[in-house]
Ligand binder design. Structure first.
Ligand code: PXL
Length: 256
């Protein structure tokens, strides 16, 4: 049977990030993709001009419709917008019998807020405890851990601190480190490192979305977490390497 992966995230009409990136990633990794929209952005590779968060009931009903018919083997969340949407997802996540990957999107790469302060609190209190994996970047890890995170030792400390908030596993992503892009996975009391050489260039729009979608697709195939992260890391690294050079700003990755 075909693995099924679900994304609960925002729309990027330029196709590089958000649910568009997630669906492309699911497809390329041979998972059947489903997408529940949480918010709509007006953006391209240069700017994010506007964000409209959908009504929480609309998000809840979309998830219920999907679960009632084609339940996924794994799901991820991306940009969620506000506390009501986070709460709606947390409520229904109690029924999930598949792994949930939380990409704690606080800001877009251009600095636009994708979750307000109340939403951030709801994410910590209600959604993280239900997550199989949370995968913050350095800024998000610092925000969640409550101290600066800019080195590999600090990433390890942050992963441990974030695990105390309730998720089963934590992956702190080092894409914004100087030098090598080292990611730290904290899983069952142990640390694992995933390293990739730094790729020069600015074609990185949607990297976080693509990475978490790739992990979700691999989890939907029932791969263990270490394998899922290793494969996803390879996929996202190659997608950056072979970026198609589209757009006038930070361009999208190559999802093929
Ligand atoms: O990478 C975070 C992100 C999530 N969701 C949407 C986005 C972005 C970044 O641009 O556009 C819809």
């Amino acid at each position: 049977v075909i693995p099924v992966a679900l994304s609960i995230a925002g729309s990027d009409p330029s196709g590089g990030a958000g649910i568009q990136a997630d669906l492309k990633t699911f497809h390329r990794l041979e998972a059947y993709g489903e997408a529940v929209v949480t918010l709509i952005t007006v953006q391209n590779t240069l700017t994010v001009d506007r964000t409209v968060v959908l009504d929480a009931s609309l998000v809840r009903e979309q998830i219920a419709a999907v679960l009632a018919d084609i339940p996924p083997g794994a799901a991820k969340t991306g940009a969620l917008g506000n506390a009501q949407v986070v709460e709606a997802i947390a409520d229904i996540a109690a029924q999930f019998d598949f792994p949930l990957v939380v990409d704690p999107v606080l800001f877009s790469s251009k600095g636009t807020a994708f979750l307000d302060a109340e939403g951030r609190m709801m994410l910590v209190e209600r959604l993280l405890p239900k997550a199989f994996l949370v995968m913050p970047n350095l800024a998000e890890a610092a925000d969640l851990a409550g101290f600066p995170v800019g080195t590999v030792p600090e990433m390890r400390l942050a992963a441990e601190a974030i695990a105390k908030l309730g998720p089963q596993n934590v992956l702190v992503k080092g894409g914004h480190l100087p030098g090598e892009a080292v990611d730290i996975l904290f899983c069952e009391g142990r640390f694992y490192e995933f390293a990739a050489g730094r790729i020069r260039g600015k074609q990185t729009h949607g990297t976080g979305c693509t990475y978490s979608a790739a992990v979700t697709a691999e989890l939907a195939k029932k791969r263990p977490i270490y394998d899922a992260v290793a494969r996803a890391k390879t996929f996202v690294t190659r997608a950056i390497q072979w970026a198609p050079g589209l757009g006038k700003g930070a361009g999208p990755l190559n999802h093929f």
